[in-house]
Write a protein that binds this ligand. Structure first.
Ligand SMILES: [Zn+2]
Length: 273
């Protein structure tokens, strides 16, 4: 059975332009409990890439994620992180790591950059901190605002010597396909599931909410919750659905475990935990 790694970027409203300190966050306060409830009912683990500052601002909501794997999604979800200084990048990665470790009690081993913007400096920084992998590069059928970013980054994925591809686990943006409706989402899934690579799906808690904010004008958000749950339901039985940590654990236990894909063994070699 082919493997799908399920992941969520726990972006709040601030990631969409709300600058001031928020006293509430509609994406998180409705999205997190809904995701947690869904995964609990299905008996699934998933990897939640959380924002360090959001843990401090909304600790009760983030405590709900304790049963699941936690990844690093930087401290304050700065946009254009690749154009910041090395020191700024270090703060973003290091602060989030420290807060996550303190709050959840263990070190995160997966990283995902805001807006899928990673460069070599940031990538090496994360690897030097002992992370098992990065999941920041994004694949196929991007929303337009990610397209130029993707062109810039594509060379990173093509130069394994300079940039060890074996440490990159490339997500497929579930949120954008959900925005286009269930039929489209399933057609896309059918296409990408023929790929030899690990299939990583990347959603957001807002896919489990109908909350709307002005800066966020995606298509068909009124149907997001139904589309997301029906889409995830359709994976059951067809795919083995895992978090990154479950995937790594299976790879460690069973050297024959390949999930029907080519890259998993390479990923396995990179795991340092
Ligand atoms: Zn994000």
């Amino acid at each position: 059975m082919k493997t799908v790694i399920l992941s969520f970027d726990v972006d709040g409203e601030r990631a969409f332009g709300a600058r001031e300190k928020l006293t509430r966050d509609r994406f998180l306060e409705t999205g997190i409990p809904a995701v947690v409830d869904y995964l609990g009912r299905q008996g699934l683990d998933a990897t939640f890439f959380v924002v360090g500052r959001n843990i401090l601002d909304f600790p009760e909501l983030h405590a709900k994620l304790r049963p699941f794997e936690i990844g690093n999604h930087t401290h304050s979800h700065l946009h254009f992180l690749t154009s910041r200084t090395r020191a700024e990048k270090q703060v973003e990665v290091g602060e989030a790591h420290r807060i996550i470790k303190e709050f959840y009690g263990s070190d995160p081993v997966m990283f995902r950059a805001p807006d899928y913007q990673i460069d070599e400096e940031l990538f090496r920084m994360v690897m030097d901190m002992g992370y098992a992998g990065d999941s920041s590069l994004i694949r196929v059928l991007l929303p337009p605002r990610f397209f130029f970013n993707y062109l810039k980054q594509r060379k990173l994925a093509k130069e394994p010597r300079e940039f060890p591809l074996t440490s990159c686990v490339i997500p497929f943006n579930g949120t954008s396909i959900i925005s286009l409706g269930l039929r489209y989402a399933e057609a896309v899934l059918e296409r990408v599931s023929r790929s030899r690579d690990v299939l990583v799906l990347n959603f957001h808690p807002r896919d489990f909410t109908h909350a709307k904010i002005e800066a966020f004008g995606y298509l068909r958000r009124d149907k997001a919750v139904e589309t997301t749950t029906r889409f995830l339901d359709s994976l059951r039985g067809k795919f083995r659905i895992l978090s990154f940590r479950q995937f790594f654990e299976l790879s460690r236990q069973d050297s024959d475990f390949s999930g029907g894909v080519g890259r998993e063994r390479s990923v396995q070699r990179e795991v340092r935990t």
